[in-house]
Write a protein that binds this ligand. Structure first.
Ligand code: FMN
Length: 432
């Protein structure tokens, strides 16, 4: 039996995941420069990553993380990136609250054709209530957003299944282009969407593009367990990560799925130095770049709570779960309680990697920790969030990846050509 291997995703934010990473000397300081993103894509492929993942948000807050304020539209960007990369998966975020299933199914099927089977859709519900104003509507509440999301994902998958693989005959002699018996309407009429189908693009190279999910609330986990191929989790602590990994995997059988059907990738921001001490100094330097306004904006956004007027050196106050993010709030508050943090500690942590896990150390230290988490079933791999580019990512690829490879924990070459191949997922048959 072959050894279980890790999967690695790159969480791409052009100015780095650290809120102030762009201030590091020589770091990329824009998320709108395609040539810089091409170089990052080439690095990720050199590192044999499974996929590049692009988040998205639908509003601009000038006080927020720079790559959340100014960014290229993910599908446009990944379509361009598909032409210069060859094997790596390409995952883009599109909201189920602020889009429509026909457009989403069509766009990701197109990306799958363009990239030769490397497309993935991160289905998010959109947390930020300010987005409603950009779409002329009132932001639905958390429960409603997830109800819509469930139906939305079903319709998208249904549309991807409308065409049989051999529906296009293109018989030059006989003159038959499409075999109509192999094209199926969807005829969906649900609570939120009415979609007749079929889609106007043939079955995708992967059958269905890969579906990513990142919700950590009960509703988010249920949606992930029912529909997702890859789940991004929010973690701060090993025991907690093991528990949330087990929780998600235990939800799969009720949907006729097994543990191997879903890859769980916790987000982690690695700060790599030649020694643990050098890494700690790098992180301290990055932390010193954080501006109060951005830190407060990130903290308030993550907690759905306005912290202006709070004393920074007082203990973290009691807070209810907000309508925005359940997982981030739960995980960060638990860490704050465990470590008796002040609001200033919490704000530094949140501003560092926007609430994700920060792992600091030499390549060996980082590889050891990732190995422990992987072997302890706290993760199937990791969503790597470099603090800044390019050095902050190259440090990981050139320092940590070779150690993981030497230990047999990570691939030494791409075996297949599609993202499903990298993830060990079979090409699904249409469900009708
Ligand atoms: C790694 C990761 C990436 C995410 N990317 C996005 C994103 O690009 N856009 C977005 O609106 N939400 C994003 N989210 C938010 C989640 O999809 C989800 O909507 C949010 O965590 C609230 O869900 P919950 O209350 O179920 O935790 C991301 C979350 C994680 C953990």
């Amino acid at each position: 039996m072959t050894q279980r291997q890790m999967h690695l995703g790159l969480f791409l934010l052009g100015t780095g995941s650290h809120s102030a990473g762009w201030r590091h000397p020589g770091a990329v300081d824009t998320f709108q420069d395609f040539s810089a993103i091409q170089r990052i894509g080439a690095s990720a492929e050199r590192g044999l990553f499974d996929l590049i993942f692009m988040g998205d948000n639908l509003n601009a807050d000038p006080r927020a993380h720079p790559s959340y304020t100014l960014r290229l539209e993910p599908l446009t960007l990944l379509s361009a990136l598909a032409t210069g990369t060859h094997r790596i998966g390409l995952g883009a975020t599109v909201s189920t609250t602020y889009s429509d299933p026909f457009t989403v199914a069509r766009a990701f099927a197109s990306l799958d054709h363009i990239s030769g089977g490397r497309a993935a859709w991160n289905a998010v519900t959109t947390s930020n209530a300010a987005v409603g104003a950009n779409f002329g509507t009132v932001h639905p509440d958390h429960a409603r957003r997830y109800e819509m999301a469930g139906e939305f994902v079903d319709v998208v998958k249904g549309l991807w299944d409308c065409w049989d693989d051999d529906a296009v005959v293109a018989d030059k002699v006989g003159g038959l282009y499409i075999d109509p018996s192999k094209v199926h309407a969807l005829r969906h009429a649900g609570e939120f969407f009415k979609v007749e189908g079929p889609l106007n693009i043939g079955r995708a190279p992967q059958g269905r593009p890969v579906v990513l999910q990142a919700g950590g609330s009960n509703a988010g986990l249920q949606l992930a367990a029912r529909t997702a191929d890859v789940v991004f989790s929010v973690v701060q602590d090993y025991d907690e990560a093991r528990a949330s990994y087990a929780d998600l995997k235990s939800r799969l059988p009720q949907f006729g799925r097994s543990a191997r059907d879903v890859t769980v990738l916790p987000g982690v921001m690695p700060v790599v130095g030649r020694t643990d001490r050098e890494a700690r100094e790098k992180l301290n330097q990055l932390q010193a770049y954080i501006g109060t306004e951005t830190a407060m904006a990130v903290l308030s956004e993550r907690f759905g709570h306005d912290f202006s007027g709070y004393a920074l050196d007082a203990p973290v106050p009691e807070l209810a779960l907000p309508d925005t993010y359940h997982a981030f709030t739960r995980v960060l508050l638990a860490k704050a309680r465990r470590e008796q943090m002040t609001l200033r500690d919490l704000y530094s942590l949140t501003a560092a990697a926007r609430g994700h896990w920060v792992l600091c150390g030499s390549p060996e230290t980082i590889a050891d920790t990732l190995q422990t988490w992987f072997e302890g079933h706290a993760a199937d791999g990791f969503n790597i969030m470099p603090p800044y580019f390019h050095e902050g990512f190259d440090d990981f690829i050139d320092g940590v990846v070779p150690i993981l490879q030497e230990r047999g924990l990570f691939r030494t070459r791409y075996e297949g050509s599609t993202l499903r191949d990298h993830l060990g997922l079979s090409r699904p048959a249409p469900v009708r």
